[in-house]
Design a protein. Structure first.
Length: 368
């Protein structure tokens, strides 16, 4: 029997926020792919993004159709399936831009590293919902979550995709800190983490080291490794307060910005709409994060609470990393801006995230 409370508790505000951010993304993608001089304009990418946006709405609706608590039962199989897809990428994945990140399923190119982020959130929510204690998690209780996180992170590093690997690790750490870690355990983990930093540095590939060094001093190689960051900062700064106007951005039109429709789309938006437009977008993301945490706070179910926190952390860290990267505050990595960057895998992943948050919000009053 249909429960009318599902309609009463439907989160129209979150839906409106998602549609607003998605619309901003479509407008920005159009500008990014059409501003170049002929024959560079690729309007087909804009039409593809419209299609992905529509598919995302369908996927989001499908996620709303069932009780999210069913995912607690299916969390582990979903995680295993995503890990197997990551293994398939390592063996059969398509090589592009020096990394192997894509699986080709007929006409569709799919990036499993996007879906593993949600899978990690699900499996950690399942574990912590039953394990969390008021005294904080001990080292023994953290062994399983660390192994769960390390497996996909390691497979993503092999691709190599250091940005997404770091993002998955940040999501897992955020969830773990939310659940609460015993003080002694936290101190020990921080000490071990600081000790292994030199070893991690030695394991990085040359181009990954250059990205970090360029982040620290982009002017050291302005025409080489530092070029992307410098051009992005020029685009953002040249927008001033109100921007140059829609489709009037010169850094984008003259092809100074790299990957303007994906990784550096925030630079396109900031150049055209200025500080006012960039600040408005950041404010919308802040409202989204607040909304997600509010849903987690109001949820009566431990699994739903941790799930909402994990999904919110996923969106939060992607926004922070992408915008920080374009402003020169973080190393250049291939992390898309949620709702705004072009990409099918990213769009579908974000749609699932919003669907899960709305699902938890709708059914927060239910105990079963």
């Amino acid at each position: 029997m249909f429960d009318r409370r599902l309609v009463t508790n439907f989160d129209w505000g979150l839906l409106g926020l998602a549609l607003t951010l998605g619309s901003i993304g479509l407008v920005s993608v159009y500008s990014a792919v059409t501003a170049d001089p002929p024959p560079a304009p690729q309007k087909i990418l804009f039409y593809k993004q419209i299609a992905w946006f529509g598919i995302g709405l369908v996927v989001m609706s499908a996620v709303l159709a069932f009780n999210y608590r069913l995912l607690e039962r299916w969390a582990l199989p979903i995680f295993i399936g995503c890990v197997l897809m990551l293994l398939a990428v390592v063996v059969f994945g398509k090589m592009a831009g020096g990394s192997r990140r894509w699986l080709i399923l007929g006409p569709v190119h799919f990036q499993p590293s996007e879906m593993i982020k949600i899978a990690v959130v699900l499996v950690l929510a399942k574990y912590y919902a039953k394990t969390a204690a008021s005294h904080g998690l001990t080292l023994r209780e953290l062994v399983r979550p660390m192994l769960i996180t390390a497996l996909p992170v390691g497979l993503i590093v092999i691709q190599p995709d250091l940005g997404t690997a770091g993002l998955v690790a940040l999501i897992a750490m955020t969830i773990t800190l939310f659940v609460k870690v015993a003080r002694r355990t936290l101190a020990l983990l921080l000490g071990v983490g600081a000790a292994v930093v030199p070893a991690v540095w030695m394991l990085l590939k040359d181009y990954q080291r250059r990205r970090i060094l360029t982040f620290l001093d982009p002017d050291h190689d302005p025409l080489g490794a530092g070029y992307h960051i410098i051009q992005s900062k020029i685009a953002i700064g040249s927008g001033l307060l109100t921007g140059k106007g829609y489709l009037q951005g010169t850094q984008n039109a003259l092809s100074f910005l790299p990957e303007e429709h994906t990784d550096f789309i925030f630079s396109v938006l900031a150049e055209e709409w200025g500080l006012a437009g960039a600040a408005a977008l950041i404010l919308l993301f802040a409202v989204l994060v607040f909304r997600g945490l509010s849903i987690a706070h109001r949820c009566r179910d431990p699994f739903g609470t941790v799930l909402a926190v994990g999904i919110t952390a996923l969106l939060f860290w992607q926004v922070v990393i992408n915008i920080g990267m374009t402003m020169g505050l973080m190393p250049v990595v291939g992390v898309p801006l949620p709702f705004v960057s072009y990409g099918g895998s990213s769009t579908i992943t974000v749609a699932i995230c919003i669907g899960l948050l709305m699902n938890v919000s709708m059914r927060r009053y239910m105990k079963e």
